[in-house]
Design a protein around this ligand. Structure first.
Ligand SMILES: NC(=O)c1ccc[n+]([C@@H]2O[C@H](COP(=O)([O-])OP(=O)(O)OC[C@H]3O[C@@H](n4cnc5c(N)ncnc54)[C@H](O)[C@@H]3O)[C@@H](O)[C@H]2O)c1
Length: 368
């Protein structure tokens, strides 16, 4: 019997995988996913600018290693390429992989740093015919896909959308997120009380939080926001030690984005779309966790349906989709969708940073 742990054999043989960047995401997310998909993929080449990382990660999976992107792209045994380097290299590496004539490209989010880069990438994809998918894993989660197949007219009647993320502390993520615009100098002791975050650090946290964390759910949010281009940030606040509360609206929708990385005992990642007569709630597994899919509930007055959990999550889902695309089956996400998703995320990140008011300022307003 076919199940997700034992994929059906590929009639055309396995696809060779090359990976650019072999940091935590490659090691903890993609290699475990690929290990469950051996009938579809074989990791053949690992490239990292750090030779020790490249060699040690490649040796774990019996792959060749190199420190040069060109060497990996010239490897004839690499059919598909995954881009897992830091953000700023994604656009150039996606473009080079398409031009190298690979069968399909998976790029970690975000696939570009601005709208122009995104448009350039989609032009190269169209010109070369190489399909690209972005590692927005929730959009490939079977729990989400089952909800999408069952939600009927929900998108038309939704008025409120919420993405709520509670995760254990992750100082590395905090560094990573705030480094997007340069890590601010360490604060003077009197300035770093629990209730005060320096404005530069807060703005960096908001941008980093949106582009690093909220971005996983923004393509989902956009499904319920037809007028997404008119999104306006009403409120943006940072939470200690790391988190954000961002309120947004369009003419027809209210959107709430929340994240907190604190000493919680119970991680939670929930997406909700609330309509006049129905409500969707999706509970995702936390990032890096491989324990089956999200679960979804669609509730209407007097009835509710539960969907999932299914055997695999969106990380494995994105690789399954990549295998289909590399074999010329299925549809790649339209380039316009990828560009719109990125521009939506960038506009919220910029809007939140602009709208930011320090907690001190807010308290003064309340007491005035
Ligand atoms: N999908 C998810 O759940 C998820 C979670 C976290 C991060 N990410 C994304 O994955 C990507 C990688 O994340 P990470 O935490 O592993 O990053 P990282 O920065 O820790 O590691 C990336 C690796 O890339 C290497 N590198 C640096 N420059 C390179 C270059 N020019 N070419 C090739 N390799 C290069 C580094 O030596 C490092 O080993 C980021 O874009 C991040 O946003 C995705």
């Amino acid at each position: 019997m076919h199940n997700s742990l034992y994929p059906e054999p590929e009639p055309n043989g396995v696809l060779g995988v090359g990976i650019l960047g072999a940091g935590p995401v490659t090691q903890a997310i993609h290699l475990p996913s690929l290990a469950r998909l051996r009938d579809l993929f074989e990791v053949r080449h690992i490239m990292d600018v750090d030779p020790a990382v490249a060699e040690s990660v490649a040796s774990r999976v019996g792959a060749r290693f190199s420190t040069s992107m060109d060497e990996l792209l010239a490897d004839p045994e690499v059919d598909v390429v995954a881009i897992c380097s830091p953000h700023q290299f994604h656009a150039a590496q996606v473009t080079a992989a398409c031009r190298a004539g690979k069968k399909a490209v998976l790029c970690e989010k975000p696939f570009a740093m601005n709208g122009e880069e995104a448009a350039r990438i989609s032009a190269v994809s169209a010109e070369t015919g190489v399909p690209i998918i972005v590692g927005a894993m929730h959009t490939f989660d079977p729990g989400w896909l089952a909800a999408e197949a069952a939600w009927g007219n929900l998108p038309e009647q939704v008025h409120t959308i919420r993405s709520s993320i509670v995760l254990p502390p992750n100082p590395r993520f905090e560094d990573f997120a705030t480094e997007i615009v340069g890590r601010p100098e360490a604060s003077a002791p009197e300035a770093s009380t629990p209730n005060h975050v320096e404005p530069a650090a807060a703005k960096a946290m908001l941008r980093g939080g949106v582009m690093g964390l909220a971005i996983h759910d923004l393509p989902l949010v956009r499904r319920f926001v037809p007028d997404f281009q008119s999104v306006e940030v009403l409120h943006a606040e940072v939470l200690q030690p790391f988190g954000y509360v961002i309120s947004l609206r369009t003419a027809t929708r209210t959107i709430e984005l929340r994240a907190a990385m604190n000493s919680t005992w119970k991680p939670e990642w929930t997406f909700q779309a609330i309509g006049d007569e129905a409500q969707l709630t999706v509970s995702f597994t936390p990032s890096y966790v491989h324990s089956g899919s999200a679960t979804a509930q669609i509730a209407r007055a007097g009835s509710a349906i539960q969907l999932g959990p299914y055997g695999h999550n969106g990380y494995e889902g994105e690789w399954r989709k990549l295998a289909e695309l590399a074999r010329g089956k299925g549809e790649a996400p339209p380039a316009r969708t990828l560009i719109d998703d990125l521009e939506f995320a960038l506009s919220i990140a910029d809007g939140a940073a602009t709208r930011y008011e320090s907690p001190t300022h807010t308290r003064q307003e309340v007491s005035a």
